[in-house]
Design a protein around this ligand. Sequence first.
Ligand code: SF4
Length: 427
Amino acid sequence: MSRIAHETMRHEFADAAWQDHHAVTRVDQLREWMGADADGNLIRDVERGLARAPMALRITPYLLNLIDWSNFLEDPIRKQFIPVGSELLPSHPLLKMDSLHERKSSPVDGLVHRYKDKVLLLATDRCPVYCRFCTRSYSVGLDTQSVLKKKVSPFQSRWDTILAYLRVTPVIADVVVSGGDCFRLKPSRLLAIGMGLLSIPSIRRIRFATKGLAVLPMKITSDHKWTDALVNISDAGRDQGVEISFHTHFNHPREITDYTIAAAELLFKRGIRMRNQSVLMAGVNDDPEVMKQLVKKLSDLHIQPYYVYTCDLVDGIEHMRCSVRLACQIEKAVRGITAGYNTPLFVVDTPGGGGKRDVHSFEHYNTQTGLAVYRALSVRPDQLFTYPDPLQSLSPDAQAAWVDPWRAKGMLREAVRAARVKLMGLE
Ligand code: SF4
């Protein structure tokens, strides 16, 4: 496989099975793909990046073809999927594996029940590609040199336990099917999980969250059985008054290609409701103009820009995180460029399990220490949740304070105290 090869294999290139089969998962395959650009230093840099990464390497030829190889280190698509050691920074001291505490909120294996009426169902632990910034790096993908994964396999027996829990918990009306990614499920398995959920009368909304449209759009146009399974679930849901939607994950306007347009048009024509969730990342989309372009392009494809998340705390991506202040600035720049319903809400998914908070809604924010404190009234009303800005956005003195455990504790205590004082003044 090489970059020349796919130009002569246009037909194969448009086939999702071919893309899956030729996904690059090893450095030697990447070297082959890079051809003349594969200098030894760069390859060693990738190897160093992978040694530290919590996510295994997996990237489709389609995505590899979107990378500007003459600008490999700065390319916004490369940055999301291929780590290089030279860009890595020490992680924030508050980093913990499973920073959102998903496993602590799981009543049964592979089901996160945090909000009262909504759950997250982890259908599988496989994806068409593996993203460096994946929140679920504790379970998604193959083991890496630094992380042994907690597997969530796509077994019917596991799903049956989940469905049984949902049946006896009728307060749950909303299910997000994620993982892992449903693009890696066989059509029969996708249908089984969709129809299984539709058999539970209390469920009113089902969302299939997938990176697939952004990284393997030809699956929609070439894997007819899979697309038919999705449409069958959507049609069955509509017949019984249950909303089925498809949540995509585009981060940069360059991820929208002719393949994407064909796939999105097909889904729109077949009645699939689509929304997008992005992650805000330095060097990828931390520029108001890039984010505006993304929002406009998605809106034109009838994919509603829904959320932009600040990066979760994941090992090996500190250099990609953005401060709360920057997220607020970009949100302000984007708001008003198009219809309100196509304007994404910028959110922080709070470490510790408070759930998603509007990025502007902090009770306290100290730009010197980089700590924003949020409250999650409908999740855990008595608790406060802190999100730390990336260390590199802070002054040298504040950075030094964070690596001193005693001073770090003091900063945390002070941020929580300031938030409590403010709240007492309001109550
Ligand atoms: S596709 Fe989603 S679940 Fe899979 S690695 Fe990327 S962010 Fe994680």
